[in-house]
Design a protein around this ligand. Sequence first.
Ligand SMILES: O=C(CO)[C@H](O)[C@H](O)COP(=O)(O)O
Length: 223
Amino acid sequence: MKQIIAPSILSADFANLQRDTEMINTSEADWFHVDVMDGVFVPNISFGFPVLKAVKKYAKKPLDVHLMIVNPEKYIQEFAKEGADIITVHYEACTHLHRVVQIIKDAGCKASVALNPHTSVSLLKDILVDLDMVLIMSVNPGFGGQQFIPQSLNKIVELRKLANETNPNLLIEVDGGVSISNIESLIKAGANAFVAGNAIFGASSPTEMIASMKNIDINSTQI
Ligand SMILES: O=C(CO)[C@H](O)[C@H](O)COP(=O)(O)O
């Protein structure tokens, strides 16, 4: 299976959101990545239900909704109702993570958990079997355009090993500082889904950048 590419609409032009949504529709991208920030869990506020609803109206691909918010369980049903297909909550924001994961599944969405750069993947061992995806934050969450934290690579390797034991179909998504220069090493480490904001929306041709990321074949490159 080729890697999943999820352009982050946080880096889109909000004054031309319909245009950027159509760009993603016609590109080789697989999902829309939608970053919801509350100004409490992260030091930034992005957008909420009205923007999600607007994107859903035109999006022809699944919406991968990343909740960087406290008390995510309060809003999961509403996000599902407004069109989320995959919902990611943060390990660091959930006291009763197992319960929150069940709420996501009961709402009809794929369930995913994100780990901040300082959070060990080993903490997910007992819940991995219940998850569709784990999102490895490779920057501190809150802003697009930051530099990839190199230690994230070891976390991907460790998580893939752990997943092979209990949930071999687990998707491992990487978010933050992903670009055409590091995606190959991330695939080799075991990740198979990639969020990219700046690398795509800052490219001279976003569709060509998406195609380049999508079509990297690690078997045809020298190790
Ligand atoms: O979750 C995020 C920020 O918290 C963004 O999705 C992420 O940073 C993507 O942006 P970029 O590819 O420009 O780093």
